[in-house]
Design a protein around this ligand. Sequence first.
Ligand SMILES: Cc1cc2nc3c(=O)[nH]c(=O)nc-3n(C[C@H](O)[C@H](O)[C@H](O)COP(=O)(O)OP(=O)(O)OC[C@H]3O[C@@H](n4cnc5c(N)ncnc54)[C@H](O)[C@@H]3O)c2cc1C
Length: 436
Amino acid sequence: MQIAIVGAGPTGLYLATTLARRGHRVAVVDRDPGPPRSGPWRRRGVMQFEHAHTFRGPVVDLLREDMPDFLDRLVSAGASIPTMPDGRPAALLCRRSTFEATMREVAAERPGIDLVTGHVDRTIDDGARVRGVQVDGRRVTADLVLDASGRASRFSAGIRPRAIGEPCGVAYVTRQYRRRRGADHPPTNSPIGLSLAFARYFAVAFLHDARTFSITIAHDGRDPRVRALRHAHVFESVVRRIPRLREWIDGAASEPMTPVLPGGRLHNGYRGQCDEHGALAAPGMISVGDAVCTTTPLAGRGVTLALAQASRLTAIIDHHGADVDSAAMEFDSWCTSAIRPWFDDHRHADADRLRRWAGGDVDLTRPLPSDLIVAAGAVDDRVRRGAEPYARMDALPDTLAAVEPLARSVYASGWRPPVADGPVDLGELCDASVAA
Ligand SMILES: Cc1cc2nc3c(=O)[nH]c(=O)nc-3n(C[C@H](O)[C@H](O)[C@H](O)COP(=O)(O)OP(=O)(O)OC[C@H]3O[C@@H](n4cnc5c(N)ncnc54)[C@H](O)[C@@H]3O)c2cc1C
């Protein structure tokens, strides 16, 4: 088939590679000519491009299967793959910019892929089916259009069903740094770096490639004083007051690479392929990746869910050939059973986290959210073992039901997840830093 893919993000580039390998002719259209490897740190419409990413273990599994040359190139560029005790990959540590720029390089070298720079204004159709897209006023026809345009694209707004979901109640502030030659990273507490959970916010040092790392503070965005974190001197002053983060940004050992990057308007969103009657909303087009499901970045699941979709969609297209409507229906039904549960899980966990960040206690009158079940694994080994497949995203959230009663007993005994040592009120801390 002649396939037009809208969006050259991780989903679009992965699909371009797998589909071209199967003999399809693929045009990937993106308004950006490709991500910059280093500054300027802005990519219009892809706010997360500049933000700290960590890629979960299943991303490595999928890339080993479908894009091993890309993975090798990432590792040569300085990315690393920490492993779990059983030897399987725990994560892929690299900047989003390294990930995307390298993926684009690999896709550009593959025969059968045409990387087109241009803005997709809208789809073109014959009254019944999508037959291609209009790129900067020019028609690009296709047997199948894949919408890999991410979470906020407007080009198909009029023909796709409305997304369900809501803001996930978290705002991000991030700054990227590079460790100076010869300086080791300070102590970490997980394969991805150092994660600190405070009563009302999180602070994380994410390890990336080539001696780079990011410091991210995630909060509920409700206190206007916290907006001051976007100023470098306030951000650095706040980070220095968090004991275990202080040495990460010590100027003798590391230097900032970016301005402080704020990131708001984060949503949990889900949007399938069908209208309210169960019929395909846009025959001839299939949406995939963040265009289907967007989840709280706090859990770092976005790219895993996006590539899992891309991989499954490739297999489904293989199976159905030119019968793209059957492919769309099968993909929709697979997403309902394999992707939507993660969206539901995030909604539940985010709503409860917001309640706890506002001062609420663990609520034992309702089913425990997944993050609390996983946390209880720290004191009950049966919970830890039962929750492990979920935690690595090898099993769906409903598998936690088996250990929920055990976790409930942990909380009924009065135990609560430990809170890191550091300032409690981020707003007060920002005020003090502004004054200083
Ligand atoms: C702050 C933040 C932090 C995150 N951290 C993590 C993390 O740690 N780990 C993780 O796995 N996930 C994380 N995510 C989620 C992850 O970034 C997304 O899941 C991922 O970007 C989805 O890839 P995609 O290719 O589907 O969409 P995108 O990356 O959004 O790519 C869409 C592409 O489409 C292009 N496009 C859109 N509209 C048009 C148009 N009309 N014409 C032409 N081109 C168009 C855009 O330019 C873009 O290149 C984070 C998200 C945010 C917001």
